[in-house]
Ligand binder design. Sequence first.
Ligand code: ZN
Length: 166
Amino acid sequence: MQVANNTVVSFHYKVATAEGEHVDNSNEGEPLVSLIGHGQIVIGLEKALIGKQAGDKLSVTVPPADAYGEADPALDAVVNRNEFPPEVRKKLQPGMQFRAEHPERADQHVLFTIHGVEGDQVFISGNHELAGETLQFEVEIVSVRAGTADEVSHGHAHGAGGHHHH
Ligand code: ZN
């Protein structure tokens, strides 16, 4: 069976940036399981999987536009601690996230992450950590099957390696 929209693909993968920096991989012996056509994986990888089948090995280069988008320089900023509500000012630390207006487009809300705190300076970014990165995937397809009606209506794969809930 070939990979198409609404099929469930299990595959092993390794992904690195174009500079060769390791980003992620499937666990040893445990492939990732994904319902295709529902945004579960980056669009560039979905496109490359379409038409492939079990046993196929692929090397896929995905530009930022088909991965996590371009980095927006306006979303990397240094703000003063006093701009945060009093109840969180003293607790600010790297890794904390908050939603705020885009600095240039007030109608748009962005999820920011605190990357550092030095004195009263708080370094924040609203860019995904992989924004602007070209990603290099190495993929080996383990199996392909049709998605069930439940999976297609939920928008994710069920079962081992898939979404655990219900
Ligand atoms: Zn579900």
